[in-house]
Design a protein around this ligand. Structure first.
Ligand SMILES: *[C@@H]1O[C@H](CO)[C@@H](O)[C@H](O)[C@H]1NC(C)=O
Length: 160
């Protein structure tokens, strides 16, 4: 009866490692998308964002836009000419650096009056930067993870 248990442990190990490798796409507002009168702080509250993940803003192009601002711009709903404005209606924003990130809608009073503002905190991707600094290409990374999985499994075998 050892085999089934071992397989479960093996699958669980691979799943845990696989999910930690892959970047996540977060659709802001889920099915509601980027829209008026949605509570984006509640949406963001239970999520943990890492460097390498993406934010996806879905909306009818022309109705809204997405502006990356700083903390002041966020508090006061101010869009300056130096801010980058995204308008495609399916804007994908790669989270490239850790720290606080602020996004607002720059159309009309959508930020001031209709709550179209999102603030998140992006955490460093420690798995990539500290565990495997030598792995740069995808295949090298996979090989390294394969090796780690093998190590894990061989260690687990001692306890099964
Ligand atoms: C925030 O952004 C605005 C507009 O780009 C800029 O004028 C202001 O100096 C920035 N504030 C800080 C604290 O960086």
């Amino acid at each position: 009866m050892v085999a089934p248990r071992l397989i479960i442990v093996l699958i669980a190990t691979i799943l845990v490692l696989a999910t930690s490798i892959s970047a996540k796409d977060y659709v802001v507002g889920d099915d509601s998308g980027w829209t008026l009168d949605f509570d984006y702080q509640t949406w963001a509250k239970d999520k943990v964002f890492f460097v390498g993940d993406n934010l996806v803003f879905n909306y009818a192009s022309g109705s809204h836009n997405v502006v990356k601002v700083n903390g002041t711009g966020f508090q006061q709903c101010i869009v300056s000419s130096t801010n980058e404005v995204l308008t495609s209606g399916r804007d994908v924003i790669p989270l490239k650096t850790p720290g606080r990130k602020w996004y607002i809608c720059g159309v009309g009073k959508h930020c001031e009056s209709r709550n179209m503002k999102l603030v998140i905190t992006v955490l460093p991707n420690t798995k990539d930067t500290t565990l495997i600094p030598i792995a740069t290409s995808g295949s090298t990374k996979l090989a390294v993870y394969g090796f780690i999985i093998a190590l894990f499994v061989s260690r687990l075998l001692l306890f099964v």
